[in-house]
Design a protein around this ligand. Structure first.
Ligand code: MF3
Ligand code: CO
Length: 270
C-alpha cells in the first residue's frame, strides 16, 4: 500500500478539519483546572466539534467511547474521560480528532495544572519541541525515518527521558490512521521519500522514566510500568504542492515554529 497523496483541494478540506481540532483543543485547554472532571472536558470537545460542523473520529474508533482522550500523569495516551477529577499538579494530556467532509485532523497537547514543577515542565517542553524537530526533519525530499531519528536525538540530548516505542505517528487523510507508521526513534535515511501531497501526524510521547507501558483493564489507557509521568504532543502537517510544509492543526500553519529551523511554510493553504 502506498502513502495517500492529496490534491490542494483535499488539503484545503484537511485544513478545515485541522483548524476545528485546534479550536477544540484550545477550548478544552482553557477549561482545564483543578476540580473539573475529564468527562466534562469531553463534553466541551464534543459540543465544539458539532458546532464547527465536524464529527469525531475517535468516538466509535475500534469501540472507543469518547470524543477526546484525556490522560493524566502516568497515563500517557488513550485515557478515557470519566469521573476522574483533575487535581493540582496533574499533567493533563488531551488528544482530539475531527472529520470534515471525509477528511481527518488529529492533534494533542499536554499541560501541567498549577503548581508546576521545573523538572516535569521541562519534560513537557522537550516533548513539544521534539514534535517540531520531527516536523522540521520531515520536509520534502527527506526520508521518512529522518523524522523519528531527529525526535530521538533531540530528546536524548535534553536529558534522560523514556520515549514510547509501541506508539508513534501516522499518515492521515481519508482515515485517521493510514500508512505509514512513524516511529519516534530510529536510524535516519530509511523508508519512503517525503513528497508533496503527503500528510503526517507527528506525535512524540515521552516520560520521566521508562519507555515501557501497559494497558489498563479498560483496554485503552496506556500507562508507564514504573508510574513515571509523561507527555504527548501531536500535530498533523502536510507537504503542499509547492513542496513546502504546512501544519494543518496550527492556527499559523506552523509558520513561527518552523521559521526557527529556517523553514518557510506554504502560502497555498492560508
Ligand atoms: N488520535 C490518537 C492518535 O494520535 C488515536 C486515538 S485512538 C482513539 O493517533 F480511539 F482514542 F480514538
Ligand atoms: Co495521531
Amino acid at each position: 500500500m502506498a502513502i495517500q497523496i492529496k490534491t490542494l483541494d483535499q488539503l484545503k478540506t484537511m485544513r478545515k478539519a485541522g483548524l476545528l481540532v485546534r479550536n477544540t483543543l484550545d477550548l478544552v485547554k482553557a477549561n482545564i483546572k483543578a476540580g473539573i472532571t475529564t468527562s466534562a472536558l469531553d463534553a466541551i470537545a464534543e459540543a465544539n466539534i458539532k458546532r464547527g460542523g465536524g464529527t469525531s473520529n475517535f468516538k466509535g474508533y475500534h469501540g472507543y467511547p469518547a470524543t477526546i482522550c484525556v490522560s493524566v500523569n502516568d497515563e500517557i495516551v488513550h485515557g478515557i474521560p470519566g469521573d476522574r477529577m483533575i487535581m493540582p499538579g496533574d499533567i493533563v494530556s488531551v488528544d482530539c480528532g475531527a472529520v470534515i467532509d471525509g477528511w481527518h485532523g488529529d492533534a494533542a497537547f499536554s499541560v501541567i495544572v498549577d503548581p508546576k514543577d521545573d523538572a516535569r515542565q521541562k519534560m513537557l517542553d522537550v516533548c513539544e519541541e521534539s514534535m517540531w524537530v520531527g516536523i522540521a526533519a520531515g520536509t520534502a525530499g527527506a526520508k521518512l525515518s529522518d523524522i523519528g531519528h531527529a525526535i530521538e536525538k533531540y530528546t536524548n540530548e535534553q536529558g534522560t527521558y523514556g520515549i514510547l516505542r509501541e506508539y508513534g505517528g501516522h499518515g492521515i487523510g481519508t482515515s485517521m490512521h493510514m500508512e505509514p507508521h512513524i516511529l519516534n526513534y530510529g536510524k535516519p535515511g530509511n523508508g519512503p521519500t517525503i513528497e508533496p501531497g503527503m500528510v503526517f501526524a507527528i506525535e512524540p510521547m515521552i516520560t520521566m522514566g521508562t519507555h515501557k507501558t501497559r494497558i489498563l483493564e479498560d483496554n485503552w489507557t496506556v500507562v508507564t510500568t514504573d508510574n513515571s509521568h509523561g507527555s504527548h504532543f501531536e500535530n498533523s502537517y502536510c507537504i503542499a504542492p509547492d513542496g513546502k510544509p504546512f501544519v494543518l492543526t496550527e492556527v499559523d500553519g506552523g509558520k513561527a515554529n518552523l521559521a526557527r529551523f529556517g523553514i518557510e511554510v506554504s502560502a497555498l493553504l492560508s
